[in-house]
Design a protein around this ligand. Structure first.
Ligand code: HEC
Length: 101
């Protein structure tokens, strides 16, 4: 009984901690060019989340230069960002949290 409650609480706090971490990466590295739900310099996260996977989002962050053609762009102006593996996973999850929004 209490154990179930504890487990549930753990998951809820774990999830929101992850979301907060992703948001921080977003504000630090992406916000100048991407917004969550509206078109900015780059496409909104809602649009990205509806057509890309966790792996594709990370691949684009690692090297836009080698990915832009496959993604249907004629050129790329996105900066090559130096994120840690963890930051990249957090931001990819954060982008995907806008799926269907
Ligand atoms: C200097 C501006 C800039 C920054 C900073 C930037 N982006 Fe981008 N991004 C763009 C633009 C513009 C595009 C459209 C294609 C291109 O130019 O590469 C794009 C494209 C993308 C795509 C591919 C879109 C698709 O078609 O699926 C992803 C994924 C992406 N950005 C994620 C991110 C994330 C996550 C961050 C932060 C870690 C980030 N970008 C930071 C400008 C930027």
């Amino acid at each position: 009984m209490y154990l179930k409650l504890l487990i549930a609480l753990f998951f809820v706090s774990h999830l929101s901690a992850q979301e907060a971490a992703g948001k921080k990466v977003f504000e630090t590295y992406c916000w100048g060019c991407h917004h969550q739900t509206s078109e900015a310099f780059g496409p909104p996260f809602t649009q990205i989340a509806n057509k890309r996977t966790f792996e594709e989002i990370q691949a684009y962050i690692i090297d836009p230069e080698s990915m832009y053609k496959a993604f249907g762009y004629k050129r790329t102006v996105m900066t090559k960002l130096k994120l840690t593996d963890q930051e990249r996973e957090e931001i990819a999850r954060y982008v995907l949290s806008y799926k269907g929004k």
